[in-house]
Design a protein around this ligand. Sequence first.
Ligand code: PHE
Length: 355
Amino acid sequence: MTDLSTLEQEIFSGFANIKSKTELENFKIEILGKKGKLSKLFQDLATIEKDKKKEFASEINILKSKVLDKFQNLTNQFDQEELEKKLQDQTVDVTLPGTNRPQGKVHPVSQVIDELTSIFAELGFSVAEGPDVENEYNNFTALNTPPNHPARDMHDTFYLDESKNLLLRTHTSPVQIRTMLNGKPPFKIIAPGRTYRCDSDQTHTPMFHQLEGLYVDQNVTMADLRGCLDYFLKKFFEVDEIKMRFRPSHFPFTEPSAEVDIGYELKNGKITIGQGDKWLEILGCGMVHPNVLKNAKVDPSKYQGYAFGVGIDRLAMLKYGINDLRSFFESDVRWLEHFGFNANDVPSNYRGLSR
Ligand code: PHE
C-alpha cells in the first residue's frame, strides 16, 4: 500500500520545482487527473480491508485538501506575479519627454487675415462677410459694371447657371452692396474672403483671397483713403516709412479710381518693402461711384466714401517670402510646417503682428 507521508513529501517537493502556471497545470493533472497519483489512491480504497478503509479514506482526503490548498495558493501567487509584471510593463513615466507628434499650423492666408483684421479694427473697421456664390447683380450690375464690360466675359468669370445669374464672385466688392443694402450709413467695414477667376499660373490661381474695404460717411475724402492705406501698409509690413504712389486707373465702381504701388528694393535676392526705387502694384481703390451708392439705396448727395480691394495672398507672399502662389493651395504639410504659424500666436497690434 502507498505510504501517504512519502507521497506527500514527493508531491510537495514537486510543488517546489514549479516555475510557471503552465507547469502548475500539468502538475495538477499528474496528481489529480483521472490517472493521477492521488486519484489512484481512491481506487486503492476498494482493495483495503473494511476496518482500515475509513481511516485511510480520511487520511487521503486530508492530503487531498492540503494539495488543493497548495494548488490554490500557487495559482494566486502566479496570478499576482503576472499582474505585477503587466503593471510594470505598462507603467507610464509622465516625466519622460514627449514624442514628437506632428502639430497643426495656421496657414499664412489665415494669419494675414488675422493681421489685417487686427490692423483695421484699430481704425474702427468691423468685419463683414458675403457668400462665395453671388448673383450677377451684386457682383457686376449694382457695382456699375456695364453689360458689355470685359470682366463679365465667360473666360474670366465662373458662371454657375445657363442664365448667367449665379456665379462665383470675382471680387469681394459685392460685399459693399450687401453691407449698404443691409443697414444705414455710416459704413466702415472690411470684408476678407475667397474670390474666383478663370486663371492659373505662378501668380494666379482660380481661387484666391481679397480684402475689401469700405468707408462711407458724410465727409470722407480721398485724403482719408490715403491716410488709411498708409497706416495699414506700415503696420502690415512692420516698417516706419513706406513709399506709396497712387496711379490713375479705372474701375466701374469707383470715381476717381487709383492703383496703389509701394516702393521696394531687391538686394541679394531679398526683397525689402517700403524703400527703394522699384514699384510694386498692391491694390485697387477709389471713391465709391455715385451710381453704386444709388444702387445700394444710399443718397449720393449726402454721403460719399472710399473703397479698396487688396489681394491677401499677394500680401502674404511679400511679407513672408513665398514665391509661388500655387503652393498656398497644395496642402503640403511640409510647406505648412515651414510657412505656417503657431496657433497660439494670435496677431495683435500691441504684442506684435507676426511673431
Ligand atoms: N474689386 C477690384 C478688383 O478686384 C478692387 C477694388 C475694390 C478697386 C474696391 C476699387 C475699389 O480688382
